[in-house]
Design a protein around this ligand. Structure first.
Ligand code: NAD
Length: 365
C-alpha cells in the first residue's frame, strides 16, 4: 500500500483522484481540505484519513510533517482557482497560490519528498501570436505551448487577472529552485480546462460568486437566463475530460522515473473550442439531454470582460498544449472528445440540479 498526502482532496480534481486511488486498492490517502462533501461516500473507507482544516503557511509543518515520513508522494491541489476571484480577490488568490502554499515546498525539500503539484496552463499567459500584428494563429511556433521552451507572457501588473498565473509561476520556480539546490524530486502538471462532474457550484444553489465557464453556462440554462459571452466569446480553450486527466496523474504516480523532475502539459489538443462555439454546443446538448427543444434557441448575449469580472480583467487568448512529453514519457493521450466530455458533464449537472425544473434527464420526453 502506497501512502500519499493530498492537499485539496475534497475539490473537483481531488475528488476524482480520490475515487480512482481508493478504487485501485493500492493507496492510503492522508487528505486535507476544508470540505469533504464531494467525497463524503469515502469517509468510512479505512484507506482515507481525512483532516478537515485550512492549511496555511504557519500550519503546514505542524499539520503535515508527521505524515511525510515514508510517503510515496505529496500531491498539492489546494488553491483558489476561479477566474472571477483572480480579479475580485487578488490578495486571496496570491495568498492561496503562493504565500500559504510555499511552506509545503520547504517541507518536501526538508524530507526530499516527491512533490506532485498541479500548476496551470495559465502560467503561459497570452500567446506570442496575440502580440504580433498579423494573424499568426496558423503558426504553431507562436501559439503552441511547450513545457520547457515557451515563454510565459503575461499582461501588466494593474490587470489583476494575472495574479493567479504569476503566483503559480513563482510557485513553479520555487519548486525548481529546491530541486536544484536541495535535490527535492518534483512533478509539475499544467492542466488545460479539465471538465467533469462536481467541477463547480451553481450560484444560489450550493455556492456564491462566479464559477468557471461551464458552471456559468449551466446556471444560465437551468435558470432560463441568457448565456453570457465575455468579450464576444472569441477566446479559445482546450477542454479535457477529468477521467483522462486522472489517467495522466495515475500514470505519473505509478512511474516516478518517467515523471519526476518534469513539467507536463495535460490537455486534449482535439478539445479546442472558442467560448462562443462552446455556448452553441451546450445549447444543442441541453436539448438532447433534457428533451427540451427550446434550448436550441436559448438566448445568448455579449458582455464585456470588465462588466462581467470587474476592473483588471484581461484574457488568455488561446491555449494549445504540446503533449508530446506526456505521450513519450508516460504513454498518455486524451481519449474523450469534446462533445462526449460535455455530454457527460452536462448530464451530471442536469441530474444534480435539474429535477425541480423538469430538466432531469429521466424526465426527458
Ligand atoms: N480544473 C482545472 O481545469 C484546472 C485548471 C488549471 C489548474 N488547476 C489546478 O488544479 C488544482 C485543483 O483544481 P480544482 O479544479 O480541483 O479546484 P477546486 O477549487 O475544486 O479544489 C481545490 C480544493 O482545495 C481546497 N483548499 C483550497 N485551499 C486550501 C487550503 N489552504 N487548505 C485546505 N484546503 C484548501 C478547497 O476547499 C477545494 O476543495 C488547483 O491547484 C488548480 O489551480 C485546475
Amino acid at each position: 500500500m502506497k501512502k500519499v498526502i493530498i492537499l485539496g482532496c475534497g475539490g473537483f480534481v481531488g475528488s476524482h483522484l480520490t475515487d480512482r486511488m481508493l478504487a485501485s486498492g493500492e493507496y492510503h490517502i492522508e487528505g486535507w481540505d476544508i470540505s469533504f462533501d464531494k467525497i463524503s461516500q469515502h469517509l468510512d473507507n479505512p484507506n482515507l484519513s481525512s483532516h478537515q482544516r485550512y492549511i496555511d503557511r504557519d500550519s503546514t509543518f505542524e499539520e503535515i510533517e508527521p505524515y511525510v515520513e515514508g510517503a510515496h508522494a505529496v500531491i498539492s491541489l489546494a488553491a483558489v482557482c476561479t477566474p472571477a476571484q483572480y480579479v475580485s480577490s487578488p490578495v486571496k488568490t496570491i495568498r492561496s497560490n503562493f504565500i500559504d502554499a510555499y511552506a509545503l515546498i520547504d517541507l518536501c525539500a526538508k524530507h526530499r519528498s516527491w512533490l506532485v503539484h498541479t500548476s496551470t496552463c495559465e502560467v503561459y499567459g497570452r500567446t506570442l501570436s496575440s502580440y504580433v500584428p498579423t494573424d499568426n494563429y496558423d503558426n504553431p511556433d507562436l501559439y503552441e505551448q511547450r513545457e520547457d521552451e515557451t515563454p510565459l507572457v503575461v499582461g501588466p501588473t494593474k490587470n489583476h487577472r494575472w495574479s493567479y498565473s504569476t503566483a503559480k509561476q513563482l510557485f513553479e520556480r520555487y519548486i525548481y529552485a529546491h530541486n536544484v539546490e536541495n535535490g527535492m524530486p518534483f512533478t509539475i502538471i499544467r492542466p488545460y480546462n479539465w471538465f467533469g462532474a462536481r467541477m463547480d457550484f451553481i450560484p444560489g444553489r450550493d455556492g456564491e460568486g462566479v464559477p468557471r465557464v461551464l458552471a456559468c453556462f449551466m446556471t444560465a440554462l437551468l435558470d432560463d437566463q441568457p448565456l453570457q459571452l465575455v468579450d464576444g466569446g472569441l477566446a479559445y480553450r482546450t477542454i479535457t475530460y477529468i477521467d483522462d486527466a486522472v489517467d495522466a496523474l495515475m500514470l505519473m504516480l505509478e512511474n516516478p522515473k518517467g515523471s519526476q523532475n518534469q513539467v507536463f502539459n495535460v490537455g486534449n489538443r482535439g478539445g479546442e473550442v472558442t467560448m462562443k462555439e462552446l455556448a452553441l454546443m451546450m445549447r444543442e446538448l441541453a436539448a438532447e439531454i433534457t428533451g427540451k427543444e427550446k434550448f436550441r434557441d436559448h438566448p445568448i448575449e455579449e458582455i464585456t470582460g470588465e462588466k462581467f469580472y470587474g476592473e483588471g480583467y484581461e484574457d488568455c487568448d488561446r491555449r494549445v498544449p504540446d503533449v508530446s512529453k506526456a505521450e513519450s514519457r508516460l504513454g498518455w493521450k486524451a481519449k474523450t472528445d469534446l462533445r462526449e466530455t460535455l455530454r457527460i458533464t452536462m448530464t451530471h449537472y442536469f441530474e444534480q440540479y435539474g429535477r425541480e425544473k423538469g430538466l432531469h434527464p429521466s424526465q426527458a420526453k
